[in-house]
Design a protein around this ligand. Structure first.
Ligand SMILES: [Zn+2]
Length: 209
């Protein structure tokens, strides 16, 4: 599949017939009355098979008797009037706003989930328990696990995983390998330092058994 085909599937400007109406006015070419069809098309932007938002309207004016097709911009007199009226009066189908509405609904949901996730981590850090496992980004920008090994007052002692991952998705491979996957030495953190790591986005998740 070519790149062009591929991007056309992902997003494209499409058009659909909005309305077709027969007009009584005679065809300027063959003179037959009641033979001209005006079709109004609604153009819209489509992304991943979802109509995202409507664009402008276009039209087609054809005589069914002599097959003459009139360019919309070159219409004159009563035909032009009929075309303009039909174009103006044809409503935009509401479902063509589907993608836009979906995004407008999804954005607040995602913001809410992100805030909720952060609040949940805040809660887990405030009340640490032995064997909590934090997925963290280290100052060297690599990823590792911290496992809570001891809690004394406001200080949380963690054991760091003996492997680091260069990418966030690599961190899952470090997961759940038992105690032998962690250094024996304990690193002390104040709870408030863990909280500021969380606020800076350096703690991605906390697993509690
Ligand atoms: Zn005609």
């Amino acid at each position: 599949m070519s790149y062009l085909c591929f991007t056309m599937i992902i997003h494209a400007v499409k058009k659909k017939v909005a309305i077709t109406e027969r007009v009584f006015d005679p065809c300027p070419d063959c003179g037959r009355s009641n033979a001209i069809d005006i079709t109004i098309y609604q153009r819209y932007y489509r992304l991943f098979w979802i109509p995202f938002f409507p664009l402008g309207k276009t039209g087609e004016t054809v005589c069914l008797n002599c097959d003459k097709e009139y360019k919309s911009k070159k219409l004159t007199g009563s035909l032009k009037l009929a075309y303009e009226n039909l174009k103006r009066q044809t409503p935009v189908p509401k479902y063509l706003y589907s993608g836009l509405i979906l995004v407008l609904v999804l954005i607040p949901v995602m913001i809410y989930m992100s805030m909720n996730g952060r609040a949940e981590k805040h809660q887990l850090i405030s009340t640490p328990q032995l064997n909590d496992v934090y997925k963290v980004q280290l100052p060297n920008r690599k990823y590792a696990l911290y496992k809570v090994a001891e809690i004394k007052g406001d200080t949380v002692f963690v054991r760091k995983s003996n492997k680091e991952a260069a990418k966030l998705f690599g961190i899952s491979a470090l997961d759940n390998k038992g105690d032998s996957s962690f250094f024996r030495g304990k690193i002390p953190f104040l709870k408030k330092d863990l909280q500021s790591m969380n606020e800076q986005g350096d703690i991605f998740s906390i697993d509690r058994e």
